[in-house]
Ligand binder design. Structure first.
Ligand code: NAP
Length: 304
């Protein structure tokens, strides 16, 4: 039996594992793909306190090694459900059913899709959700980035160093990214802003050849020839597996406040998966610390 099972090995889950391990809790992390979460697809992180510019993968590696050094164990298994047996919980994967005193859900959120014609068919054939992973395939080519937030603008900047031209398509006439990133984008010659347009179709035979855009006010359509479309339009939670055991908000995020407690006693939620105003690495890591400490308090109270 475990003291705590952590679902997800991103910054929230790994930070929770470090705090749990340091507190002497017997801890297992379950992760379906790769440890590090979204930061593994971020080229550089420059806003994590006290760290100068750091590659996303490097931060992920350090977080992982730190958690392991305090005794956390990581299994690559996808969690399908949690069963609440009162004092104990059972975390179910296709391979195992693990019994634990507490659970910390730290499964993050996934990149949102545009939902336009051609997107799914050309996914992996020029449609990408990770500029850092796939940008190098388009060296000296023309690419298109969709979105107006921090991710879209950072990805456009990253791609501008590799590609010939980067079209930056956004549905409003101003970006929502941080001002200093906007300023750099505006000064970057090979980034071409295409404001007040929404993507309606991605086309190509076997690989992406063009994207069709619609002007939001006039409805006028135009086609841009491009070798790739990078979709950077935000995140959506993937909490269906937990919908019956903890309350979700109207957008599908787990209802949990600053104490990371969910509506089910002994289950905590940390990082991007929960209701919160700012989804950042630092807030995810902070949640991990809070959730692990809350799990320790819960165990002490229920056993004491
Ligand atoms: P975001 O801030 O939610 O921005 C998503 C962008 O996509 C918005 O500009 C939105 O347009 C647009 N969009 C959404 N749905 C669309 C659709 N169907 N068609 C066209 N455009 C659509 O998402 P994000 O940039 O991925 O960032 C997620 C979180 O991570 C944010 O809290 C962000 O601050 C944070 N982040 C921080 C950093 C950093 O600090 N270095 C880096 C990356 C991400 P509207 O503006 O019209 O809504």
């Amino acid at each position: 039996m475990y003291d705590v099972i952590i679902i997800g090995a991103g910054p929230a889950g790994l930070s929770a594992a470090t705090y749990a391990g340091r507190a002497g809790l017997n801890c297992l992390i379950l992760e379906s793909t790769m440890y590090g979460g979204q930061i593994t697809s971020t080229s550089e992180v420059e806003n994590y306190p006290a760290l100068k510019k750091t590659a996303g993968w490097e931060l992920a590696e350090n977080l992982y090694q730190q958690a392991v050094s305090f005794g956390a164990k990581l299994n690559f298994e996808e969690v399908k459900s949690i069963i609440d047996d009162g004092m104990l919980k059972t975390v179910v994967t296709p391979e195992n059913a693990y019994v634990t005193k507490t659970v910390i859900i730290a499964n993050g959120a996934k990149r949102r899709h545009l939902g336009v014609e051609g997107e799914d068919e050309l996914s992996g054939k020029g449609v990408s959700y990770c500029a850092f992973c796939d940008g190098s395939f388009f060296k000296d080519k023309t690419v298109c980035v969709c979105g107006g937030g921090n991710t879209a603008l950072e990805d456009a900047l990253y791609l501008s160093n590799i590609c010939k031209t980067v079209y930056l398509v956004h549905r409003r006439n101003e970006y929502r990214a941080q001002k200093h990133i906007i300023d750099i984008v505006n000064k970057t010659e090979n980034i071409v802003p295409v404001l007040s347009y929404v993507p309606v179709k991605i086309s190509g035979e076997n690989t992406v050849q063009s994207i069709t855009l619609k002007q939001v006010e006039t409805g006028e359509e135009k086609l841009i020839e491009t070798d790739a479309v990078f979709v950077c339009i935000g995140l959506s939670p993937e909490n269906n597996a937990f919908a019956e055991i903890v309350e979700l908000d109207k957008n599908g995020y787990i209802v949990a406040d600053e104490s990371c407690e969910t509506t089910c006693k002994g289950i905590f939620a940390a990082g991007d998966t929960r209701t919160k105003v700012l989804r950042q690495i630092v807030t995810a890591a902070s949640d991990g610390a809070v959730a692990a400490t809350a799990a320790l308090t819960y165990i002490n109270q229920t056993e004491g």
